[in-house]
Design a protein around this ligand. Structure first.
Ligand code: ADP
Ligand code: MG
Length: 160
């Protein structure tokens, strides 16, 4: 069964992108994932991936405004996969075009957060639009454990 044909049971957290809420996201993911068949190690991986995505919202999404902004973390339990989405309404970015954002160090190595998210999850898709926010869609398979990490989908980016 693929993601287009399954029905998801969604639950979500909404709030502002404050660093102190990263812990709450960890607990939220554990609570949802505990009700699946996933082993503890896989649940820990999802927690790390989700917290990286949330930390990116805290650190980067509302950088210009210098104030926390809206964030949604939602989990969808399907028959064969658990989906976690982290959504913000911030500045957006262009992940893979090599562009350097104003204010960043051009000599800086690429961050480790997004590669780590891709490594820990079975599928990751980014939708991001400059000044239109970012949605990170992360998938953990509940059935094909032997394929974990092998089929991460390519990042999709919309916008300029
Ligand atoms: N939600 C987001 N909103 C705006 N920019 C983001 C977001 N997530 C990631 N980015 C951009 O992608 C870059 C790479 O992220 P990441 O790999 O986590 O590394 P780091 O956070 O250490 O810079 C960030 O530096 C930032 O420019
Ligand atoms: Mg990061």
């Amino acid at each position: 069964m693929n993601s287009t044909s399954q029905i998801y049971d969604w639950i979500e957290l909404r709030g502002l992108s404050r660093p102190e809420y990263v812990k709450a996201v960890r607990a939220f993911i554990a609570a949802v994932a505990d009700s699946t068949t996933l082993p503890k190690k896989e649940i820990a991986d999802i927690q790390v991936a989700a917290c990286e995505a949330v930390t990116n919202v805290v650190r980067h999404a509302y950088r210009e405004s210098k104030c926390p902004g809206p964030i949604v973390v939602r989990c969808g339990k399907g028959e064969s996969e658990l989906v976690v989405e982290v959504i913000d309404a911030g500045e957006g970015f262009i992940p893979e075009d090599g562009s350097v954002r104003e204010g960043t160090d051009p000599n800086r190595e690429g961050g480790l957060g997004i590669p780590l998210i891709k490594q820990l999850m079975d599928g990751v898709v980014y939708w991001s639009e400059l000044n239109g926010g970012t949605r990170v869609h992360m998938v953990k398979s509940l059935v094909r454990r032997q394929c974990r990490g092998a089929g991460a989908r390519k990042v999709a980016v919309t916008g300029r």
